[in-house]
Design a protein around this ligand. Structure first.
Ligand code: ADP
Ligand code: MG
Length: 264
C-alpha cells in the first residue's frame, strides 16, 4: 500500500522469518556461530532460548540456509506437542521418510538406518525442534534416548532445541538430557543501539535510500517494543502506513505515539 509513497521496493517490517532480512546483532551472530559449531562438530545437543519474538525462528532459518550448502540431512519440527510415537513418526516425515508401520520400534529402526546411511555418505543428520517448550514430558524421554545413537563415541544425530525461556528450566529438570546439552545460548531483546540499527537495516534492505524515522521516533519505538523485533516490526509497519495516509515526509515521535495508542 505505502511502498511507492516511501520509495520502497519491499515491505520492510513483515513479521516473517525471512533470512534475507536477517539483522545480525552481536547476540544473533554469536548464537549462529554456536549453532553452526554444534552442527559441524557433532556436539550432540544444543539449546537456543529467548523471549517470544526475539528472532529464534528466523535464526533457525538462517542456520538451515547456511548448512545446506554442505552435507546435512536436516529435519525441522515446528509443532512438537506429540506423544513419543507420533513424535518419532514426525521426525521421519521431516527427514523425508514415510514409514508404513505404526510401531515405535520400527520408527527407531528406520531412523537408526537413516543415521548410519548418512554417516557413510559423510552427511551429518540434524534435527531442529522449534517451540520445544511444548514437548510432552514423556516425549522428552524419547529425545534423550535419541542421543544414544552413537558410533565410535560420535553422535550420529545433532539435536537443536529451540524454545521460550522456560525451556531452560524444563531441561534442567531432566538431568540426563541437561548433561547432554553441549552448546547453549539465550537470545535477549535488542538494546537501544541495536534497535536503531535494526530499523535502518530493514529499511535499507527494502530499498530505502534515506532515513525516515526521526531519532525521537526510534526512541519511542524502543520504549514500547522493549527491543523485541516482532514488536518493532508491528509499530514500524503501522507508522509507515499512517505516515502514508497523512502524507508526512518523515516518521516522527507523534506518529509512533499514535500507533502505540492504537496497538494497546
Ligand atoms: N535478527 C533479526 N533480524 C531480522 N528480523 C528479525 C530478527 N529477529 C527477529 N526478527 C523479526 O521478528 C519476527 C519475530 O521473530 P521470530 O524469529 O519469529 O522470533 P521467535 O521465534 O523468537 O519468537 C520475525 O518474523 C522477523 O521478522
Ligand atoms: Mg519462533
Amino acid at each position: 500500500m505505502y511502498l511507492e509513497y516511501w520509495g520502497l521496493e519491499k515491505y520492510p517490517f513483515e513479521n516473517v522469518p525471512d533470512p534475507d532480512f536477517m539483522y545480525y546483532s552481536q547476540e544473533h551472530e554469536e548464537a549462529l556461530v554456536r549453532l553452526v559449531y554444534a552442527a559441524k562438530r557433532s556436539k550432540g545437543a544444543a539449546l537456543l532460548t529467548g523471549e517470544v519474538g526475539c528472532g529464534k525462528t528466523t535464526l533457525s532459518k538462517v542456520f538451515i540456509q547456511k548448512l545446506s550448502e554442505d552435507n546435512y540431512d536436516i529435519g525441522l519440527m515446528t509443532n512438537p506437542s506429540l506423544g513419543p510415537s507420533d513424535f518419532l513418526r514426525e521426525i521421519l516425515y521431516q527427514l523425508g521418510l514415510s514409514p508404513d508401520t505404526n510401531s515405535k520400534a520400527d520408527f527407531l529402526a528406520i531412523l537408526n538406518k537413516r543415521l548410519l546411511e548418512n554417516m557413510k555418505q559423510d552427511k551429518a543428520t540434524l534435527l531442529i525442534i522449534d517451540e520445544a517448550q511444548l514437548i510432552f514430558r514423556q516425549t522428552f524421554e524419547e529425545i534423550r534416548l535419541l542421543l544414544n545413537f552413537q558410533l565410535n563415541n560420535r553422535f550420529l544425530l545433532t539435536l537443536l532445541l529451540i524454545g521460550q525461556p522456560e525451556l531452560r528450566d524444563i531441561i534442567k529438570d531432566i538431568k540426563q538430557l541437561d548433561q547432554r546439552i553441549a552448546i547453549r545460548y539465550h537470545l535477549n531483546p535488542l538494546n537501544f543501539e541495536q534497535t536503531v540499527r535494526y530499523i535502518v537495516f530493514r529499511l535499507k534492505k527494502a530499498g530505502l535510500k534515506r532515513s525516515i524515522f526521526t531519532k525521537q521516533a526510534v526512541a519511542e519505538v524502543f520504549n514500547y517494543s522493549q527491543g523485541i523485533p516482532r514488536n518493532i516490526n508491528n509499530i514500524c509497519d503501522m507508522s509507515l502506513l499512517i505516515g502514508f495516509s497523512s502524507k508526512t515526509k518523515v516518521i516522527d515521535s507523534n506518529i509512533i505515539k499514535d500507533v502505540i495508542k492504537d496497538l494497546s
